[in-house]
Design a protein around this ligand. Structure first.
Ligand SMILES: [Fe+2]
Ligand SMILES: [Fe+2]
Length: 292
């Protein structure tokens, strides 16, 4: 049974050697040949700081969530998660202190790449050890989800380091496929972490999950053929409308959880975390719209 379930729900990524951060994104080494544009010094600095400041906090929080969901006897993994919380807190602090100088920003990015690669491997390890072994309270989907976010951050930062920007059509397709799936996952987590008595909120969350799964299919369909600017604009408008609704729902849910007005085992930190990720998706849609 396990051998059937594992490949379906827990696809293993080849994350390579932790000391070789180029190993999982070799396609980003050939961006120059793909008709991309070059980032100016200012764009390079701004994008580096923006991504570091957003995702390093996210990585720090992932370590916290994984630790909180591990069973008490998983002492080695708990200790490693604690170490990652400390490491990413320090790196986040550095991301706010690094001067806007290309050389120093490059060093920040390189250090972040190595650390993020390590936490991606850790997440993969937690996934393998949790499933049917340690158990605990980390859903397999949640562990896989936070691992995918680490890999996305690695790819994004590697691209920034190359100082190249993908053609807008590629970004419209890839960014939306990634973030729409992330939004679908969040909706499913919320539905499962609410108390079974909170039927109204559970149903709303499930509906969001189904809506975003359908949008993932739509986004994947764009990958077949060359979508016109008009088609991409229309799609972005649809995604934006859905993401705005989901963000509003998450904001409302976060307040209800913080004020103990809803029964759940959702940590307010997780509610706030997924709300910030919805806001990040909206900011990416805005940037894509401005490039079309
Ligand atoms: Fe996350
Ligand atoms: Fe997420």
């Amino acid at each position: 049974m396990t051998t059937i379930i594992l490949p379906r729900f827990l696809p293993k990524l080849d994350l390579g050697d932790p000391t070789d951060p180029t190993s999982i994104y070799s396609d980003y080494d050939n961006i120059e040949e793909q008709g991309s544009t070059t980032l100016s010094d200012q764009e390079y600095i701004d994008r580096s700081l923006e991504e570091n400041q957003f995702w390093l906090r996210i990585m720090m929080e992932h370590a916290f969530f994984l630790r909180a969901g591990l069973p008490p006897d998983a002492t080695r993994l708990i200790k490693q998660a604690e170490q990652f919380e400390t490491i990413f807190e320090k790196q986040l602090d550095l991301a706010y202190k690094t001067p806007a100088d290309p050389v120093q920003i490059s060093k920040l990015n390189e250090d972040t790449l190595v650390l993020t690669h390590k936490i991606a491997l850790f997440k993969q390890n937690v996934m393998e050890e949790s499933f049917c072994k340690l158990r605990g309270f980390n859903f397999p989907l949640l562990i896989d989800h936070v691992r995918r976010e680490a890999v996305y951050f690695l790819k994004t930062l590697k691209q920034i380091q190359s100082r190249r920007e993908h053609p807008v059509t590629d970004d419209v397709i890839d960014e939306n496929i990634f973030f729409l799936q992330i939004m679908a996952d969040h909706s499913k987590f919320i539905a499962h972490l609410l108390d079974p008595q909170e039927e109204t909120l559970i149903n709303i969350s499930r509906d969001f999950g189904k809506q975003f799964e359908l949008l993932v299919y739509q986004a994947r369909n764009l990958d077949f053929g060359s979508p016109s600017t008009e088609v991409m604009r229309d799609q972005l408008t649809i995604y934006k409308g859905a993401a705005l609704e989901l963000r509003a729902f998450k904001e409302q849910a976060t307040k209800l959880i913080e004020n103990c007005q809803v029964r759940s085992i959702l940590d307010p930190k997780l509610a706030s975390h997924v709300t910030r990720e919805a806001a990040k998706f909206l900011s990416i849609i805005d940037k894509l719209e401005s490039r079309l």
